[in-house]
Design a protein around this ligand. Structure first.
Ligand SMILES: Cc1ncc(COP(=O)(O)O)c(C=O)c1O
Length: 378
């Protein structure tokens, strides 16, 4: 986009030359509470004045880490109560994959076509699109990709599988929402064969889909959940969370099986706690649900007038607008940008426009954004 940012506040980015843009992709799934939230900035300042990095992971007790871990354990379903902080989403997935190998003693993984889990070698190995894996092979061996949302293929998960990793809603795959029975059936199959189930909620977490975590849409609890993006309130932070029973496997044979110097940086954790408190206090989850419905209704109205709109889908404020071809999609995004609205397409599906504004979006901002989309489409 080539925009040189001067400052960012709420939904708005302001460039050095004084132009303003509505960020309707939230820095890609990060700014759920809007940009530069004052509570987060204050939490960062307060923590920075106390201490920055003091010691590698877990060796000292740091209140910012403990408080955020405690809060996450409170809002996640049982038994997801032991938190391991990382710096990013891909590292959270690395930790989850290693944990599953160590706990089960098995080596194979199942993932899904069109998934995206990050770009370090393990996460890249389970990312479901050839063009992003091929240049980096050999990657992890023993990975099988199944089609997403095909319940009948789940019988291919067997006793040799350490874990199945999936996003509850595929983000980069084009905002793909599974049928109501898919994730419960996946849970049942994993339990049957003793494979762990990993939900990658890096993109779907923290109210984005109209629930605090997307797993709530299907009442399905994984063995490990991975988090990042909005977790840090704008600071770099990731986490994988599991039961104390499973997580304890990292403490022995060898002790310190998985360590990190900066994962759970106290400044990031302070920012993360402030951000989560804002989401909970202002019930932004509910707001995402309501605003998402409004946007979908408005886009469906546009679809009546444009033969180029193929589909409008999503949950909460994680919405995909599928257009007829890649060129039209790129032109639409470009026209919206020129009119002051930042949109984007998804990594694996270049005909799906991502619409994912901050959950703090006002009705007025929403109206203006929709107006720009309407004109760009015309
Ligand atoms: C579902 C999902 N998992 C993992 C990642 C990787 O996260 P990070 O870029 O923080 O490594 C992303 C990033 O887009 C993602 O969308």
């Amino acid at each position: 986009m080539g925009l040189e940012i001067d400052h960012a506040e709420g939904v708005t980015l302001t460039t050095k030359d004084g132009k303003t843009y509505f960020d309707f992709i939230s820095g890609i799934g990060v700014a759920n509470i809007g940009h530069t939230h004052p509570d987060v900035v204050n939490a960062i300042k307060e923590q920075a004045e106390k201490y920055l990095h003091v010691m590698v992971y877990g060796e000292t007790i740091q209140a910012a880490q403990v408080d955020l871990a405690e809060k996450l354990a409170m809002v996640l379903p049982n038994p997801l109560s032991q938190v391991y902080f990382t710096n990013s989403g891909t590292e959270a997935n690395e930790g989850a994959l290693k944990l599953a190998k160590k706990w089960t003693g098995r080596k194979r993984f199942i993932s899904f076509e069109q998934s995206y889990h990050g770009d370090t070698q393990g996460a890249c190995s389970v990312t479901g699109r050839d063009i992003y894996r091929k240049p980096f092979e050999p990657l992890l061996p023993g990975i099988t990709f199944l089609p997403f949302n095909e319940t009948k293929r789940l019988s291919e998960i067997d006793q040799s599988v350490a874990a199945v990793i999936t996003e509850p809603i595929q983000g980069e795959g084009g905002i793909r929402i599974p049928d109501q029975d898919f994730l419960p059936a996946l849970r049942a199959r994993c339990s049957e064969v003793g494979a762990l189930l990993i939900f990658d909620e890096v993109q779907t977490g923290f109210g984005r889909t109209g629930k605090l975590f997307a797993l709530e849409h299907w009442n399905t609890v994984p063995d490990i959940i991975t988090l990042a993006k909005a977790l840090g309130g704008g600071m770099p932070l990731g986490a994988f969370v599991s039961s104390p029973e499973i997580m304890t496997t990292f403490s022995t044979d060898p002790p310190l099986s998985h360590v990190t110097t900066f994962g759970g940086h106290p400044v990031s954790c302070a920012a993360g706690l402030a951000s989560l408190n804002i989401i909970l206090k202002n019930d932004l989850t509910q707001r995402a649900d309501q605003l998402g419905k409004k946007i979908k209704t408005a886009l469906q109205g546009l679809a009546q007038r444009s033969s180029c709109i193929r589909a409008v889908r999503g949950k909460g404020l994680m919405i995909g607008l599928e257009l007829c071809d890649a060129d039209t999609t790129a032109a639409f995004v470009r026209k919206a940008l020129n009119a002051g609205l930042i949109l984007g397409w998804t990594l694996h599906t270049n005909t799906v426009v991502r619409i994912a504004p901050p959950l703090t979006l006002t009705e007025e901002e929403l109206g203006k954004g929709l107006d720009i989309m309407d004109r760009a489409l015309a």
